[in-house]
Design a protein around this ligand. Sequence first.
Ligand code: 6PG
Length: 253
Amino acid sequence: MPEPTIQIFPDQAALTLAVAEAFVRAAEQAVAARGRFLVALAGGGTPQALHELLARPPYRDRLPWAHMSIFWGDERCVPPDHAESNYHQAQRALLDKVPVPVETVHRVRGEWQPGAAAEDYVEQLREVAEPGRTWPRFDWIFLGLGGDGHTASLFPGSPLPTPQDAAAIAVTGDYQGRPAQRVTLTPKVFNSARAVAFLVTGQNKAGTVAATLTGQRDPLRWPAQRIDPDSGILTWWLDADAATQLPSTLITD
Ligand code: 6PG
């Protein structure tokens, strides 16, 4: 479990460019090594700028879309054309503008009952898993951070992960008036990834970033602390505003 890398950029534009470059490099390496690049996108507003950047040249033309499989770290239980659907937001900003094969875009069926949607997602994960596994090792997972400390749909006070957890579960979480019924991947999926990338921007997240990274270890209160890759690389991609409460000793770049 290597220590997280913390990358801080002057503003969101610089952060987004740096993440796009790292994402393309990871895609090239994954396809060269294994013939595919397995990605889980994050929901919420932060990834929007990155999705829009990846949908335009040069990144649109540098990414190996034909070899990519797209999942989501979590989804709100709303129809796929709902404004609050993570799938819908990514479809509008990115997926409708790039040549990713429709059969490799794996959305949570948010229009179903949450339990059934979670079971279906477990099956979608199983279908692309490597031999002997029931969920795949993702090459790159994006995660966001809520002001309350949640990530994906792992909310403060929610049950701590256990080895018996399914790869995807139905949960309820209230945050900023967003849809509360959700499906989320569980930490064992996140922690088996080759790379996990938190994207966090804005002064309003600075206290949560500091509490998560430098505060007391309390994964019940700070669910992003549950993200601790077994062997993969964990990187916090921050803009300067989100990093204002971090001690200089913690900054690795
Ligand atoms: C969701 C996300 C969630 C998000 C955080 C941060 O479905 O809402 O997966 O975990 O990443 O809430 O959201 P913002 O980027 O909008 O601040």
